[in-house]
Design a protein around this ligand. Structure first.
Ligand code: NI
Length: 219
């Protein structure tokens, strides 16, 4: 079913996306690096990033490997290239099964989860008017959490490191993390998506706002 929707992420030169390769086991590949993360206020976080001309280029593979290493080290759910001072349209993210709602069927569960995924030159097509508030954090806004409305269902398209097109439907947290990461490519941080800055709080105080520990990872 094709649904009309708005393109929120300015993707260009669509070719494909795929789960990122497993961490290489062989040492002929240079060791990966943990990169410094830009923080809110640095200009690289507020500019529109450029499309990647060749998603299969070795320097893009290296960038992605370092981004994955950096994201995992920082316990993040996602990371966008501008967050590591590279103004290109590249994101990595994951939506683990434990973030999906309980009691949903297998097909729906698929839409709610994503293994570690690399998307180059992504586009988002929003499939619903429905939004849901959820607590978000961001590695570029350390120490804070904010209640952010996000669309609950979308399709994303992009290119993977192998140059193949990825197209997937996403719901729930999966849709949220994709919107958050793609916003980084357009110079938007989550506080700019908030309805009420009274809901921007220190993560050390989030226990006052939610019963269970569902604040999750930084993105
Ligand atoms: Ni972020």
């Amino acid at each position: 079913m094709r649904l009309k929707g708005r393109i929120l992420c300015r993707g260009q030169g669509l070719k494909a996306a795929s789960p990122v390769a497993e961490r290489p086991m062989h040492s002929h590949i240079l060791p990966m690096s943990i990169l410094k993360i830009a923080r809110m206020g640095h200009p690289v976080l507020s500019k529109v990033a450029s499309a990647v001309k060749d998603p299969t280029a070795p320097e893009i593979r290296r960038l992605v490997a370092d981004m994955v290493e950096t994201m995992i080290d920082a316990n993040g759910a996602g990371l966008a290239a501008p967050q590591v001072y590279v103004p290109l349209r590249v994101v990595v993210f994951q939506a683990p099964p434990e973030r999906a709602p309980e009691g949903i069927d297998e097909e729906e569960s698929y839409d709610h989860t994503a293994e570690l995924t690399v998307l180059i030159n992504p586009e988002i097509e929003i499939l619903t008017e429905e939004t849901e508030d959820g607590w978000e954090g961001c590695l570029s806004v350390p120490g804070l959490r904010g209640l952010v409305p996000r669309y609950t269902e979308l399709i994303y398209r992009g290119v993977g490191l192998d140059g193949q097109v990825i197209e997937r439907r996403a719901r729930g947290f999966h849709a949220r993390v994709v919107q958050h990461e793609c916003d980084h490519l357009d110079g938007v941080l989550y506080p700019q998506r908030m309805d009420d800055l009274g809901e921007l709080i220190f993560e050390s105080e989030i226990r006052h706002r939610i019963e269970e520990d569902e604040d999750g990872d930084d993105e």
